[in-house]
Design a protein around this ligand. Structure first.
Ligand code: C2E
Ligand code: CA
Ligand code: CA
Ligand code: CA
Length: 275
């Protein structure tokens, strides 16, 4: 359903045998993809809604397979998580995003998605620390995006990891809020700094009264807890107007800016500023 769907090769075929074979092939290819330089990152702006000011970017991974073309993260991230390849891929994402952000002209926030496997690795916070020291990125500029489903496998372990990265000065956002099982208790139990409302709610916020009521309630929750709320998947002016009228702090989505290679953002590279 994502934008790059058109030229996506289908690994998965109808028969069981082919499916297993394709999955193994993908697992195999994923293990070599970092070393072969097949991944890159694109960046999507996050903007303050009241002013339209750019405040940060989310890094999103892209995989260009040499024979199969572009494969979307919704397809290969779950396979990488099951096979364990996500550890290496996740580290590449974190290191690359921090390296690039450290070179930006403006000290904006860089948000990086973290998978369950990374969160449950006891060495994760050491890795984050090492990458921050190596790249020179100020810890306060890094925000880790964590979904609720990433927390549930081993909650005490996930909590320990989040506390460790927060002690480094790194911030943590709850991703896809509203799609998990127990969003409210997780908000209380884990030290989040931001709530990202899932794009599925934003899609009909301007046309569906029930959805609007839910989004208003989440915004009230954020205010009560002192947490800024970011609305994901803002695609139209009407959605943006609703969010602005309800004092939603931050927006992200195609209407505010599509994900793109870093060179397309002159705010960061300074190319236009110099010209
Ligand atoms: P996510 O973290 O919820 O990321 C937002 C997704 O929504 C991205 O899809 C983005 O391109 C898309 N999007 C942004 N604005 C809009 C909009 O206005 N409308 C619609 N319909 N979609 C919008 P993408 O890049 O295909 O990533 C899909 C998912 O894959 C991400 O969802 C995240 O869960 C995962 N992912 C992406 N990059 C990484 C990564 O580096 N590491 C890990 N662990 N997961 C990643
Ligand atoms: Ca995310
Ligand atoms: Ca999300
Ligand atoms: Ca709409």
């Amino acid at each position: 359903a994502k934008a790059e769907g058109k030229d996506t090769f289908r690994y998965f075929e109808a028969s069981m045998g082919a499916e297993t074979r394709d999955r193994r092939a993908m697992e195999h290819d994923l293990r070599q993809a970092v070393a072969r330089g097949e991944f890159r990152l694109v960046y999507q702006p996050q903007k303050e809604i009241s002013s339209g000011k750019m405040i940060g970017f989310e890094a999103l991974i892209r995989w260009h397979h040499p024979e199969r073309g572009n494969i979307p993260p919704s397809v290969f991230i779950p396979v990488a998580e099951d096979s364990g390849a996500i550890a290496q891929i996740g580290e590449w994402v974190l290191a690359t995003a921090c390296e690039e952000a450290a070179r930006w002209k403006n000290p904006l926030t860089i948000a990086v998605n973290v998978s369950a496997v990374q969160l449950h690795n006891p060495n994760f916070s050491c890795k984050v620390h090492e990458i921050l020291l190596r790249t020179g990125l100020a810890p306060g500029r890094l925000e880790l995006e964590v979904t609720e489903t990433a927390l549930i496998k081993d909650m005490p372990r996930a909590l320990a990891t989040l506390r460790q990265v927060k002690a480094l000065g790194v911030r943590v956002a709850m991703d896809d809020f509203g799609t998990g099982y127990s969003s409210l208790s997780n908000l209380r139990a884990f030290p989040f700094d931001k709530i990202k409302i899932d794009g599925s709610f934003i899609k009909s916020v301007d046309t569906n009264g029930q959805v609007a009521a839910i989004v208003r309630a989440v915004l009230g929750l954020g205010r009560g807890l002192g947490l800024p709320v970011l609305a994901e998947g803002v695609e139209t002016l009407d959605e943006l107007r609703f969010l602005d009228a309800e004092d939603c702090e931050i927006g992200q989505g195609y209407y505010l800016g599509r994900p793109g290679p870093i060179e397309t953002f002159s705010e960061l590279t300074g190319v236009l500023a110099l010209a």
